[in-house]
Design a protein around this ligand. Structure first.
Ligand code: GRF
Length: 206
């Protein structure tokens, strides 16, 4: 089977295990999904996310911050690497770096991130831990378009995950990830097949 000529081009950015990336690789194996992962980018070597890209035969690139004299140079290099793959959509799937103004100028209206809490509560890299310690009874995952803030951009979708009395950080994190992957696959598919508008903070998929 071949993809429809109109299959959207997705670049996925990762820093870790890449289970969200894997969910996208699996979904895009079906031509009816409407997209394919054309490249995977990372900010570090030696991560499972890069192994997943290799196993799927998807080209990968690594742009480590420490290889550049400044964050601005890194931001430009990352932008250039992503741009080479002419993406319709760029997805941060556990990418642990905030991109800079150059990247946002190039991809700001089509750069998605998935976060493992219900934003605007508990932004940052320890979301499930912070939610658990706060004592919330419901948390979840948020898919949003990235803006210049940290986890502040316009929201595409959210999914709720109840906190159990016996949860620890690991069990809660893993249960959120299951819901998060489903949400990511469902909504990325809708975005690429149906398009979207962003007006102010409101994202609409027609
Ligand atoms: C996701 O839960 C994401 O929300 C958080 O890091 C996790 C990445 O997991 N920022 P993976 O690398 O996709 O397995």
């Amino acid at each position: 089977m071949t993809e429809p000529a109109s299959a959207a081009r997705i670049v996925v950015l990762v820093s870790g295990s890449g289970s969200n990336l894997q969910a996208l690789l699996d979904a895009t194996a079906d031509p009816a999904y409407g997209a394919r992962v054309v490249a995977v980018g990372a900010d570090r070597d030696g991560i499972a996310g890069l192994d997943r890209a290799a196993a799927a035969g998807v080209p990968a690139f690594v742009v480590p911050l420490k290889a550049y004299d400044s964050r601005e140079e890194w931001d430009r290099a990352l932008t250039d690497q992503v741009a080479e793959h002419r993406p319709d959509l760029v997805i941060s799937a556990g990418f642990l770096k905030l991109v800079g103004p150059h990247f946002l100028a190039a991809f700001g209206d089509r750069y998605l991130n998935t976060h493992n809490t219900l934003l605007p509560a508990f932004p940052g890299i320890h979301g499930p831990r912070d939610a658990l310690h706060y004592g919330v009874k419901i948390t979840g995952a948020t898919l949003f378009f990235v803006d210049a803030g940290m986890d502040t951009g316009p929201i595409v979708a959210q999914v709720a995950v109840p906190v159990r009395d016996d949860d620890d950080v690991e069990s809660l994190t893993e249960r959120i990830k299951v819901a998060e992957r489903g949400q990511l696959v469902e909504h990325v598919g809708r975005l690429v097949r149906e398009g979207w508008t962003i007006i102010g903070r409101k994202v609409t998929i027609p």
